[in-house]
Ligand binder design. Structure first.
Ligand SMILES: *[C@@H]1O[C@H](CO)[C@@H](O)[C@H](O)[C@H]1NC(C)=O
Ligand SMILES: *[C@@H]1O[C@H](CO)[C@@H](O)[C@H](O)[C@H]1NC(C)=O
Ligand SMILES: *[C@@H]1O[C@H](CO)[C@@H](O)[C@H](O)[C@H]1NC(C)=O
Length: 466
């Protein structure tokens, strides 16, 4: 009797579990009631803000909302963030939500999806408002591809007038903001309107899942296309009180290639008109209390840099030896020292940690490949890094003068970095202060040995003369 009951119970449980699994996979009766997309094309980084009002029409609760991107977008996607919003105007609050990449085998034409994880599942008939922000790099294509010094830079931007989405979209509008009022051409998808620096696509009603309508906008954009192809930042901790930072840049101008000869006379006499898309100044935002700043390239020190410092920040304005035109490159090194107590702390479990800023100090730049190396002092053990987004991590060892076992180096690497990645990261490690004595002790013993050797030599010398 008892066993029969148990068998029945297990069976019931099995059916229940099966049922819930089944309903979960066939749920997702979501619909987008309203979508508003704002695309900002005023710099060389494409900034998109998307507001989605989502409603659950299905019977079962939905715990995630999917976002779709075309294969070209995924390739250039530097960052996606999402937040749930409640309230309106000044009372609006944002709650950040997690985003995961998901594989949807039935998504057409190579569409990639990300899922936004809701804090509380959306029940039948409920709506939620989500704000999504994403950044695309290398998505403005210069056309013509080559321009002379006196020409303005024109670029192409490709997208869809209709939001790519796995859901039915009831109503939607897209606004595109361009740098200047000079728009050579744009695709019309009725209704399309242009006013000043803004293009409006929509409103469009009732579009099926995965609807797509390609558009091409050709417009003027003379914003400096500052691209750091590679940046290596080395942050070295010395337990004698300082943090030494060395940054090696390989900078290039990612805009339309320069054609013809460069006339410095024209450049200097007609500022603004000549070389409108070139740039000659760069701004590096460094931490406050920075000292011993230097800036040099392969030829030597460059003195044309200006440092402004206050309690909150330091700004270093640097000027390469020549202005950069499309396709031109410059390599240089910036170095500076910082007080260790501003960045090195002790965690509650007794370990030490460095709290520093990830990303690139140069304002408004894209970094194709960023390598951050944190060089710990000799004798540091078990380093672990904590970064807010996925990065590649590995450990190396560095030897400098008097090092015996070498210094552990935590290497963090990330591709496609934008200014939003300038967030704090931490490297935790344990350190035994006895190691601080290792180097002085070695010096002392070296001197002692030298001293003994000299005496011995003198003795030998004397004995020969006798
Ligand atoms: C997928 O590609 C086909 C063929 O190129 C095209 O007809 C269709 O509209 C595309 N669908 C989407 C959702 O882009
Ligand atoms: C470059 O400047 C730094 C810091 O001002 C200085 O220490 C170094 O000696 C200079 N190097 C040359 C080659 O002038
Ligand atoms: C790291 O520094 C930032 C400010 O620069 C601060 O907001 C943050 O709380 C610090 N993190 C830790 C773990 O100390």
């Amino acid at each position: 009797m008892e066993t029969l009951l148990r068998v029945q119970l297990t069976l019931l449980l099995f059916i229940l579990v099966h049922l819930s699994l089944h309903t979960k996979s066939s749920s997702q009766e979501l619909q987008i009631i309203n979508a508003e997309r704002r695309i900002d094309l005023t710099s060389h980084i494409v900034k998109v803000f998307l507001t989605l009002k989502v409603k659950n029409l299905g019977a079962s609760p939905a715990s995630e909302v999917l976002l779709a991107f075309s294969p070209a977008e995924v390739e250039h996607l530097a960052l996606v963030k999402a937040a749930a919003t409640t309230g309106k105007g000044k009372k609006k609050t944002f709650v950040p939500l997690d985003i995961n990449s998901v594989e949807l085998p039935d998504a057409p034409n190579g569409t990639k999806c990300f899922s936004i994880v809701l804090l509380t599942p959306l029940r039948k008939g409920e709506t939620a408002t989500l704000e999504v922000l994403y950044r695309l790099t290398h998505s403005l294509e210069p056309f013509p591809v080559e321009i002379s010094q006196s020409e303005s830079q024109l670029v192409y931007f490709r997208d869809s007038a209709i939001l790519l989405s796995p859901y039915h979209v009831k109503q939607q509008t897209t606004f595109i903001k361009t740098t200047s009022t000079r728009v050579e051409s744009f695709t019309m998808v009725e209704p399309t309107k242009r006013a000043g620096t803004e293009l409006k696509y929509g409103p469009y009603d009732n579009r099926h899942p995965y609807s797509y309508s390609p558009i091409l906008v050709h417009f003027e954009n003379n914003h400096p296309f500052a691209v750091v192809e590679e940046l290596e930042r080395e942050v070295e901790i010395s337990h004698w009180g300082s943090l030494q930072v060395t940054e090696r840049y390989r900078l290039s101008h990612g805009g339309a290639r320069h054609k013809g000869v460069f006339s410095r006379v024209e450049y200097q006499t007609r500022p603004g008109a000549a070389g409108a898309s070139s740039f000659k100044h760069l701004l590096a935002r460094l931490p406050p209390r920075v000292h011993s700043v230097y800036y040099r390239d392969e030829i030597g020190n460059i003195s044309s840099s200006h440092l402004r410092s206050d309690f909150l920040k330091s700004e270093l304005e640097i000027e390469p030896r020549f202005p950069l035109f499309g396709g031109w490159k410059a390599t240089f090194v910036i170095g500076y020292g910082l007080p260790l107590e501003d960045f090195l702390f002790e965690s509650p479990d007794g370990r030490r940690y460095l709290n520093f800023t990830f990303g690139c100090p140069l304002a408004d730049t894209v970094v194709d490949r960023l390598i951050v190396k944190v060089v710990l002092s000799e004798g540091s053990k078990d380093p672990t890094a904590e970064v807010l987004f996925p990065v590649e991590q590995r450990l190396e060892t560095k030897y400098s003068y008097l090092d015996v076992v070498g210094r552990p180096v935590v290497v963090l690497e990330k591709k496609n970095v934008v200014p939003e990645h300038n967030t704090p990261f931490q490297v935790y490690y344990s350190f035994n202060p006895i190691f601080m004595l290792a180097e002085p002790l070695m010096l002392v013993s070296a001197f002692f040995l030298f001293f003994v050797a000299s005496i011995a030599y003198l003795h030998v010398d004397v004995s020969i003369r006798k």
